[in-house]
Design a protein around this ligand. Structure first.
Ligand code: PBG
Length: 333
């Protein structure tokens, strides 16, 4: 037998897993409430807050309900919320004018929250779908999504949100050129400090189903979004989109959906080293909650493990419907 090299390995990785204390010391990534953005559905339809059937625990909130949610988020230490409107079908048109109405539900909620809960950052969504009679993110003529005309509308929409007090604009429409157009318009209108979190790599995904129920776009949408959202078979294209959006003036970028696209998160973070977010979308939430409701998965453990996957993949933060539940659990240690 060799006296210098014993027959058994010196490298025993199990040594550092022996106790909770050693596991803590060896842990590479940690979850923090400070890395979460909480998406909230708001509605201009009068009444009480209503639960979204395909998203148990998630509500469409009235203006008052939204302010209460912002207060709750601030108490829990969540740094930002993101607003998504469910608009009365009566205000949806093919020209989507309600999108840049200074008094639309989003802008009213922004102003109310800024007044009552000034410490929370407000992110918005820029896309025409909540206001579009045909459910698309862009203007439609003869069945074709019009890029440049849509960008003009998106700029008006973003300026109205900035004017109302939004801190982070989130263009989720996937039109070409919208980041540059929006950035120039913000500079020109005295809103140079407003940040843009670009939905840079947004895939044409079936995981958005419950969201479209939540914002009332399911019935309205004619066809699909494949001429503007990305093909799930592509990865290099995500890199080109992120490079383009950064060059046009985005401050942060997003990959969406989240869990099925962690490889994209990793590539984006490694290549660009910029603030990189993932959106754990409605379908991912619904999938976990459905299994939890059946007693097949443990809610708390699966939620935290799913959120950890984003940190491990290199994301700086995550948009997640689990934000308040996760914040409460993390606070309990
Ligand atoms: C709208 C938008 C969508 C989501 C965020 N913004 C839906 C879509 O593109 O059809 C999806 C979010 C989710 O599923 O949680 N442009």
């Amino acid at each position: 037998m060799n006296p210098i090299l014993p027959p058994f390995p010196h490298t025993r990785l199990r040594r550092m897993r022996r106790s909770a204390a050693l596991r803590d010391l060896a842990q590479e990534h940690r979850l923090s409430v400070k890395d979460m953005i909480w998406p909230i559905f708001i509605t201009d339809v009068a009444g009480a807050d209503v639960e979204v059937p395909s998203m148990p625990g998630v509500f469409r909130r009235t203006l008052d309900g939204a302010v209460k949610a912002a207060e709750e988020a601030a108490k829990l230490g969540i740094p930002a919320i993101c607003l998504f409107p469910y608009t009365d079908p009566a205000v949806k048109t093919e020209a989507c004018e309600e999108a840049w109405n200074p008094d639309n539900i989003t802008n009213r909620v922004i102003r109310a929250i800024k007044k009552e809960v000034p410490e929370i950052a407000i992110m918005t969504d820029i896309a025409l779908d909540p206001y579009n009679a045909n459910g698309h993110d862009g203007l439609v003529r003869d069945g074709v999504i019009l890029n440049d005309e849509t960008v003009e509308c998106l700029v008006r929409m973003g300026l109205a949100q900035a004017e109302a007090g939004a801190d982070i604009l989130g263009p989720s429409d996937m039109m070409d050129g919208r980041i540059g157009a929006l950035r120039s318009a913000l500079e020109g209108a005295g809103h140079a400090d407003v940040t843009i979190l670009s939905y840079a790599a947004k895939y044409a995904s079936a995981f958005y189903g419950p969201f479209r129920d939540a914002v009332g776009a399911t019935g309205a949408l004619k066809g699909d979004k494949k001429t503007y959202q990305m093909n799930p078979g592509n990865s290099d294209e995500a890199i080109r989109l992120v490079a383009r959006d950064l060059a046009e003036g985005a401050d942060m970028v997003m990959v969406k959906p989240g869990m099925p696209y962690l490889d994209i998160c990793r590539r984006v973070k490694e290549q660009f080293g910029v603030p990189t977010y993932a959106y754990q979308v409605s379908g991912e939430y619904a999938m976990i909650m459905a299994a939890v409701k059946n007693g097949w998965l443990d809610h708390d453990k699966v939620m935290l493990e799913s959120l950890m996957s984003f940190r491990r993949a290199g994301c700086d933060g995550v948009l997640t419907y689990f934000a308040p539940q996760a914040a409460r659990l993390l606070a309990e240690g």
